[in-house]
Write a protein of this length. Structure first.
Length: 117
């Protein structure tokens, strides 16, 4: 479990760096809303992005992004609604992205999906 958490933290840091290179400011990491969590919240101008990050140490037959099911999407959307109520951002655009990071090569492989859900 500790290895899994370390992989998740490493993946989130990798995706946060990617977003910063794209001109985003990271507003929150691992934002907790009750029992729900949002991996990354990033902002660029009027656009606020909620990003779900999935990472693996080794590639397998299943892309990490495929582990995001309908129930997970619902939890992320509920978390985002609650997070925005507690942290008004004054943005006009919201987007839900997803990222998959696999650390079996150097540099790690990143698949980034804008407006994933």
């Amino acid at each position: 479990m500790a290895l899994q958490r370390a992989s998740g933290d490493q993946g989130e840091a990798f995706v946060a760096s990617h977003l910063e290179r794209q001109g985003f400011q990271i507003v929150a990491r691992n934002a907790r809303v009750g029992r729900l969590e949002i991996d990354l919240v990033a902002r660029r101008g009027d656009l606020l992005v909620f990003c779900e990050v999935r990472s693996r140490q080794k590639s397998s037959f299943l892309n990490p992004i495929e582990t995001i099911d309908r129930a997970k999407v619902g939890r992320i959307r509920r978390a985002a609604t609650q997070w925005l109520a507690a942290n008004p951002q004054g943005t006009r655009q919201l987007r839900f992205d997803a990222a998959a990071v696999v650390f079996d090569c150097d540099p790690p492989r990143l698949d980034y999906y804008e407006a994933a859900f």
